[in-house]
Design a protein around this ligand. Structure first.
Ligand SMILES: [Zn+2]
Ligand SMILES: [Zn+2]
Length: 469
């Protein structure tokens, strides 16, 4: 991986610092480099690089403040004039509306359609691939919803390691960009184990500031974090002449290497020599995901039986409220422990909270718990299992720009096949199995097998008497 700082300035640029922009290449000279943020001046800086703006067909935005998006429309025009036909813009929720609005400005409508601009919105906590890079997103603390990004190093530029198949799992060169953010433990955890972190450090300690950190705050947040080198960036004019003090302030809390970024600075898997191998972050993540998946399956799998038992003593809606009260308290505890923000930041946060609360939590569980009074737990669980299978299909109808890829389509089919198998297991096979265990003496199992084309209601009545309960 190779990273070039194109712009290390802020909303108040200075002579040698344009607004925010970085060029991230999966390998040096990669023919499809990724541009991260596109503030004013970044297009000009791009023209000074070897790939140039002609090669940049993907832009990843941290957030929508002007000093991160101002050159987006000029980039589209430059690419059109250079004969390039495509640009993909990726960013947090609201990116589609932003791009649409840019092209809706009357004077610039002539640009619409000159370049095929597609938009992809990404969310905090998700991982995705872009321009040959594996990227992970994390929500920062800023005055606008903003995402920090972690770019996993695939080892492509380290000659000897690239030949080693294991280099793919070596997270030694991971790079993290904070976007605009206060310094806090959650973001420091997100950067933990990376080789290089580029962090917003907008002002010197003398300036009292929100939404950006001071060097002392950054050092305190990074204390104990395993990162080799931190570059301070997003520098306001107030920082000029104060770089040494700023570095010293960060170093009071953080014991890694601290430097001030500058426009045009480039690094490749940089860091103190001798520190090459690190815990394999991707491996750890796979283990963590597998453990989480098993825990979730155990919790969800038993939730239906527990709900059934609790319904004997509680009215369904009160039970739903109690369950989510307990879940909310747990979630707050986890959020506090991991240093995540508790206050919603603007409309981008409030709309999903309201919609999710009303539909996914409130209505969904009121209906589910009410329904569970009339059907067996197994039927409720099976019907509920349809949600992740049907949701991508419904989402496709509502969001045609959000495509289901081949792997996703196979996943949906496998999920659906699994449900059919659970809802209509082969009666003979089940009976043979039960006979083998001696359970078939139960009258419910001796019942004649129903025809396979029987309507769903039969299945409900049958499974009520199933000894498998
Ligand atoms: Zn900002
Ligand atoms: Zn900014």
């Amino acid at each position: 991986m190779r990273v070039t700082f194109l712009g290390t300035g802020s909303a108040m640029p200075v002579a040698d610092r344009v607004q925010t922009g970085l060029l991230v290449e999966a390998a040096p000279g990669d023919r499809r480099p990724l541009l991260v943020d596109c503030g004013a001046g970044v297009l000009h800086r791009l023209s000074q690089t070897d790939p140039g703006y002609e090669a940049v067909s993907t832009v990843l935005l941290t957030h929508h403040h002007l000093d991160h998006v101002a050159d987006l429309l000029p980039l589209v025009k430059a690419r059109w004039l250079a004969g390039e036909e495509r640009l993909t813009v990726v960013g947090p929720p609201g990116t589609k509306a932003l791009v649409d609005d840019l092209f809706a400005v009357g004077e610039y409508e002539y640009l619409d359609g000159r370049v095929d601009v597609s938009v992809r919105e990404v969310h905090a906590g998700t991982e995705f691939s872009l321009a040959g890079l594996d990227v992970e997103a994390f929500e920062t603390r800023h005055s606008k919803p903003c995402l920090a990004y972690r770019f996993a190093d695939r080892g492509g530029d380290a000659g000897t390691e690239a030949a080693d198949a294991d280099a793919d799992a070596d997270a030694g060169g991971d790079f993290v960009f904070s976007g605009d953010s206060e310094a806090f433990a959650g973001l420091a955890n997100f950067a933990d184990g990376a080789r290089v972190l580029a962090h917003d450090c907008s002002f010197p300690d003398e300036v009292d500031v929100d939404n950006h950190p001071t060097p002392t705050q950054l050092g305190e947040a990074l204390a104990g974090t395993d990162v080799d080198r931190v570059y301070l960036t997003h520098l306001y004019p107030h920082t000029e002449g104060n770089h040494e003090e700023m570095i010293a302030s960060v170093e009071r809390g953080f014991d890694g290497d601290v430097r001030v970024a500058r426009d045009g600075l480039r690094f490749e898997r940089e860091g103190p020599p001798g520190v090459v191998r690190r815990p394999h972050r991707r491996e750890r993540r796979v283990n963590r995901d597998a453990a989480g998946f098993l825990a979730l399956a155990a919790l969800w799998g038993t939730a239906f039986v527990a709900t059934k038992a609790a319904l004997a003593d509680f009215p369904p809606v009160l039970l739903a409220a109690l369950r989510f009260g307990a879940a909310a308290a747990t979630l707050v505890a986890v959020a506090v422990a991991t240093g995540r923000g508790l206050r919603p930041a603007g409309r981008g946060d409030l709309a999903p909270i309201l919609a999710g609360g009303a539909f996914s939590i409130g209505l969904h569980h009121a209906l589910l718990f009410t329904g569970q009074q009339y059907v067996p737990s197994a039927v409720a669980a099976t019907l509920l299992g349809l949600i992740p299978v049907l949701t991508p299909v419904a989402a496709r109808a509502l969001r045609p720009d959000d495509r289901i890829d081949a792997v996703g389509a196979v996943g949906i089919l496998v999920g659906f096949a699994g449900l059919v198998l659970i809802a209509d297991p082969d009666a003979d096979r089940v009976r043979a199995l039960l006979q083998a265990t001696g359970a078939a003496r139960s009258p419910a199992v001796r019942a004649r097998p129903r025809p396979r084309s029987a309507p769903c209601s039969c299945s409900r009545r049958r499974s009520r008497g199933s000894p498998a309960r």
